[in-house]
Design a protein around this ligand. Structure first.
Ligand SMILES: Cc1ncc(C[n+]2csc(CCOP(=O)(O)OP(=O)(O)O)c2C)c(N)n1
Ligand SMILES: [Mg+2]
Length: 584
């Protein structure tokens, strides 16, 4: 079978050669203009699933040296484009065919939208000459995509293709980043034009820097507020990583000696054990702090819509998006701009302003929080070390954290087991934590893993899945294997959609609670074997660590992804699930 695949790839026909020779350098087709524009934007990889509408884009990518990663489901392509953007800081790109291709990618685009990830989605469409005639796979894509993108438009002429890609990129990076959608009809893509007539914006000249500083007077005010504060706390959110403001943010946290908390993609900005890194005392800090600085994260459900902050605290908000500042709760001071630029400027303005007395008070404050952190960890230790059978999901979480290296990118894709893992897993470096973000999309894991490994081939990628989530997109593990991007998949298998099941049991009782949420017992280790990789079933807690090590070794040796399928106790749930905080 492998021979068939190889043979197909190696076929070079006489027509190919002829076609190469006849190509006039002054003539360019629409698909080739797409590839040129992508290259100009720094896009080195597209994630895609083929369709007749978009084949000329592939032909252009071949010429321009843009890597084509073809997946088995467009949802994975969109998640991978999002994941690639998160990992590289550059525009992610997903290319889908018209109709169902575009529809399948929607979840990925919507995820990028709620996570403020810069992704360009290029979609095929029937020929303009067949506009509204009922062409194959025709849908009103531009209208459908509009509410989940920052920009959604159709290209009407071949000459303007590169120009509109530049426009879509400009929008994707404006303010808080997000996805753009561009529909290109088939005849526009296939048409060949005189290259001199094409509008091709030049790299580095068609969009501005997005590093906005905001109002200098506000920087002064914030420096003053922080210098006077005795019990400050800062929450660094995903935007700090998205905008690559992490070094400036950390320098500010250190210079002002503040306790820092992290959420989403900002997890790992400081390593565990760092004197300014805190993660178990956020509620206590927010309750007792006199100043709370919220950076690059909205007051959404994850923040109790801003209600869970101390009444007497001065709340300062910094965000890339003006629409997020002051939304859902009042703030003492709001700043719109790039988090790294603003925190860098605040650090400069505040340095030297904190007197000795203030410093001593901060030390006491941090010591108080540190003590509470340690107590909280001690409280969790019996669960983390649990030897019970079936395996306690807390034990898996603990073992995963022990297993991570400095260079492991950790992805969480699941319900309850992944929520639990967040209590133990501490990424060691910036960018080494990936989660779906506010959309809470299950199924992101496979696309994120593929993208993370392609972006950083030397790093280890580990995705912790729920069994429900794994089933949603797992087949693209084959894509990861095919492109030499193997990863370690760990499954916390409770044969259920357990996070939802809890709420049903609590509300409807045993009789009516187990409805629509039970899954079969699947030995997923065999799935990895089917794809040529290593698979293992784990039922003994003492076997978790050795199994993970074997998986690491086998991925290294075989270049194929491994699955460690850990059977966990379906009767254990995360505290957040029990309190149903996500709905409050
Ligand atoms: C695409 C998608 N569908 C449904 C949901 C609702 N949902 C949230 S958690 C969950 C259960 C997930 O099950 P699993 O991945 O096995 O994790 P578990 O909760 O069992 O640990 C579901 C269905 C969602 N967030 N995303
Ligand atoms: Mg499950």
């Amino acid at each position: 079978m492998a021979d068939t695949a190889t043979a197909k790839r190696e076929t070079t026909t006489a027509e190919d050669t002829l076609r190469q020779k006849s190509r006039d350098p002054n003539v360019v087709s629409g698909g080739h203009l797409v590839a040129k524009a992508l290259k100009n934007e720094g896009v080195d990889t597209i994630f895609t699933l083929c369709g007749g509408h978009i084949i000329d884009i592939y032909d252009g990518c071949v010429d321009e040296g843009v890597r084509i990663i073809d997946v088995r489901h467009e949802q994975v392509a969109a998640h991978a484009a999002d994941g690639y953007a998160r990992q590289t800081g550059k525009l992610g790109c997903v290319v889908t065919t018209a109709g169902p291709g575009c529809m399948n990618a929607m979840t990925g685009i919507a995820t990028a939208f709620r996570s403020e990830s810069p992704v360009l989605h290029i979609g095929g469409q029937g020929a303009l000459s067949q506009h509204m005639m009922g062409s194959l796979q025709d849908l009103p894509h531009v209208d459908i995509m509009r509410p989940i993108t920052k920009f959604s438009a159709g290209v009407r002429s071949t000459e303007r293709i590169a120009d509109m890609i530049a426009m879509a990129a400009r929008e994707a990076f404006a303010g808080a980043p997000g996805p753009s959608y561009l529909e290109i009809p088939r005849d526009i893509l296939d048409r060949e034009i005189d290259i001199a007539k094409a509008v091709i914006p030049q790299p580095g000249h068609y969009r501005s820097s997005t590093r906005a500083l905001g109002d200098p007077a506000d920087i002064e005010t914030l420096a003053d507020i922080l210098a006077k504060s005795e019990r400050p706390a800062i929450l660094l959110g995903s935007q700090v990583w998205t905008a690559r403001g992490h070094e400036a943010a950390i320098a500010c946290v250190r210079a002002l000696d503040m306790p820092a908390y992290f959420n989403g993609a900002a997890r790992g900005l400081l390593p565990p054990g760092d004197p300014n890194h805190f993660d178990r005392t956020r509620s206590m800090a927010f309750d007792k702090a006199d100043v709370i600085v919220i950076v690059g994260t909205p007051f959404d459900f994850r923040m109790g819509y801003g209600r869970r902050l101390g009444r007497n605290a001065k709340v300062v908000q910094i965000d890339l998006d003006y629409r997020t500042v002051g939304k859902n709760r009042d703030v003492a001071l709001g700043l719109v701009g790039d988090p790294g630029m603003i925190l860098g400027a605040v650090r400069d303005a505040a340095s030297g302003r904190i007197d000795k007395g203030g410093q001593a008070k901060r030390r006491d404050w941090m010591a108080e929080l540190r003590q509470a952190e340690e107590a909280a960890t001690q409280k969790l230790m019996p669960l983390f070390r649990s030897d019970s059978r079936p395996i306690h999901p807390y034990r898996v979480a603990w073992e995963l954290n022990e297993f991570l290296t400095e260079d492991t990118i950790y992805i969480g894709d699941g319900g309850d087991v992944v929520t639990i893992s967040a209590q133990a897993v501490r990424p060691r470096r910036p960018g080494h934590w990936m989660d779906p973000g506010a959309l809470g999309s299950l199924g992101i894991g496979t696309g994120f893993a593929l993208a993370a490994k392609l972006a950083h081939p030397k790093k280890e990628v580990l995705c912790y899945y729920g069994d429900g989530s794994f089933g949603m997109t797992a087949f693209d593990m084959e894509t990861a294997n095919r492109f030499g991007a193997p990863y370690i998949a760990v499954i916390g298998n409770n044969s259920a959609m357990n996070q939802i099941r809890y709420g049903q049991l609590a509300k409807y009782g045993e009789q009516r609670g187990n409805v629509g949420n039970l899954l079969g017992d699947v030995p997923f280790g065999k799935f990895a074997e089917m794809l040529g990789g290593y698979g293992e079933e784990v039922r003994d807690p003492a076997e978790i660590a050795p199994a993970l090590r074997r998986a690491r070794e086998q991925v290294g040796k075989s270049g194929k992804s491994a699955v460690v399928n850990i059977w966990v106790d379906p009767r254990e749930y995360a505290p957040g699930t029990k309190a149903q905080t996500m709905y409050k």
